[in-house]
Write a protein that binds this ligand. Structure first.
Ligand SMILES: [Zn+2]
Length: 79
């Protein structure tokens, strides 16, 4: 595997099967299956969402608004 961690530059990264839920306030959570790349040195993870969960997430944000989008974020997903 030739990927490097965007945060720390480590080559100790792996693709790991995951189920991710995105919960915005009191809105119903949006679930997505994916295979994020996880850095086993610093914990940084990146993933892309497929079309359906991305659409649901956009709808949820449009209802709630983007004000709290970055507060307390511990998982970054890079498309
Ligand atoms: Zn890292």
């Amino acid at each position: 595997m030739s990927e490097r961690c965007y945060r720390c530059g480590s080559v100790n990264v792996r693709a790991i099967n995951a189920e991710i839920s995105f919960a915005l306030g009191t809105a119903d959570p949006v679930y997505a299956l994916g295979r994020p790349i996880v850095c086993l040195d610093c914990g940084f993870a990146e993933c892309s969402l497929s079309e359906e969960p991305l659409r649901k997430l956009k709808e949820s944000i449009q209802v709630r608004g983007p004000i709290d989008a970055h507060r307390g974020a511990t998982l970054k997903c890079i498309a």
